[in-house]
Ligand binder design. Structure first.
Ligand code: FES
Ligand SMILES: [Fe+2]
Length: 375
């Protein structure tokens, strides 16, 4: 771990955020071999639900049947057309939008209109290309690279344990948010790795919600956030509400034995997980081009099991809306600076500098630098 007061080099040059050549290297050596969360179980509430997802330049289609959820490349075995171009839908069998070929749960063609004109016909050979898919907690992950290790091995023990514990079956998904950013994918990630920007960017939110922020005023005597930095993750553990009787009371009333701690984990390269006593959230930020990116956010609320007074009074949906609104407001405030950060990356020729409060940004740079040189 690094000293909180120590200056650190900004290891990535500005061109790492703006050059097409660097972007292609990152895609090939860091992002395509990694596992990415692209959906959650709540996105597939009913049998037959399907979703199309763009992941690193490839369109995928995920489908839930009685055999579970499967992922395929969204390209028909007949003449390569996207099976569906809708964001989501419900079909007992996936059916191509062009000539109507139908595919079973494992992606094998099972209905071919006027099949006689394709003789000799080997149905088994006519299938959608499968994509590796694994589930951890309520989250669904895919990997485009067949040679990469399985999900749990890729993530490592710490991240696997956090994902399992923080997104387990008892939670209710409160909100699903998709957001496009006008900047390189690393900028929103780095923004969430430091609280140094809070005074400048979130002054509005803090001013509009003074009561909420009074809850978090004052640190417990032991003080500073605890950072943990490793080869494939960085984390921070803070107790920002611990000195507030109000916050403790609210937690105790809603969730017995809930912790006042806030924990945030960055699983390299692109997953961010957060946990407080009541809320857990997941964010994945991935590029759609060198200077555009997209976040997938899933927020879960832990208000105790159904049947508690909060649920009986129908307050859970209200709590969902409040939490989602708060997240959106905070993310919008962060977003205002992203295009300017991107423009600066394009124009700057200097090296930049990081402070001790940005040591998780440094850890991210160190990971990327070594992943790109060792590949
Ligand atoms: S391209 Fe899909 S059925 Fe023809
Ligand atoms: Fe922020």
């Amino acid at each position: 771990m690094l000293d909180h007061g120590q200056a650190l080099p900004h290891l990535l040059p500005p061109s790492a955020y703006a050059s097409e050549e660097h972007h292609q290297l990152e895609l090939a050596q860091v992002l395509r071999p990694s596992w990415h969360c692209i959906a959650s179980l709540a996105d597939f509430a009913n049998p037959g639900d399907y979703r199309t997802v763009d992941l690193l330049g490839r369109s995928l289609i995920l489908h839930r049947t009685s055999r579970g959820i499967r992922a395929f490349v969204n390209a028909c075995a007949h003449r390569h057309t996207q099976v569906s171009s809708l964001p989501c839908g419900n079909e007992r069998r996936l059916r191509c939008q062009y000539h109507g070929w139908e595919y079973d749960a494992e992606g094998v063609a099972c209905v071919i209109p006027d099949a006689g004109c394709f003789m000799p016909l080997d149905y088994q050979a006519l299938r959608l290309e499968p994509v590796r898919l694994e589930q951890l907690g309520q989250l669904l992950f895919v990997c485009l690279e067949p040679a990469s290790p399985p999900l749990r091995e890729s993530l490592g023990a710490r991240a696997t344990a956090a994902l399992e514990a923080w997104f387990g079956p008892g939670l209710r998904q409160a909100a699903a948010i998709g957001l496009d950013h006008d900047c390189n994918w690393k900028i929103p990630i780095e923004n969430s790795l430091e609280d140094y920007h809070v005074k400048m960017l979130h002054d509005n939110f803090i001013a509009r919600h003074p009561k909420l922020f009074r809850l978090f005023q004052g640190r417990p005597p032991e003080g500073k956030p605890r950072y943990e930095i490793d080869d494939n993750f960085s984390s921070v553990h803070d107790e920002f509400g611990a000195s507030s009787a109000g916050y403790r009371f609210a937690l105790e009333a809603l969730r017995k034995q809930s912790s006042v701690a806030f924990e945030h984990l960055h699983v390299f390269p692109s997953m961010l997980l957060g946990k407080t006593g009541l809320v857990t959230f997941f964010q994945s930020v991935l590029p759609t081009s060198v200077n555009r990116s997209r976040s997938l956010v899933r927020i879960f609320l832990d208000l105790g099991q159904a049947g508690t007074p909060l649920h009986e009074r129908g307050l859970a949906p209200l709590a969902d809306r409040l939490v989602a609104a708060m997240f959106r407001a905070l993310m919008r405030e962060d977003e205002r600076v992203f295009p300017a950060a991107q423009s600066g990356m394009r124009d700057s020729t200097r090296n930049g500098l990081l402070g001790g409060r940005e040591q998780r940004v440094y850890a991210f740079h160190r990971y990327l630098t070594s992943a790109l040189t060792s590949a």
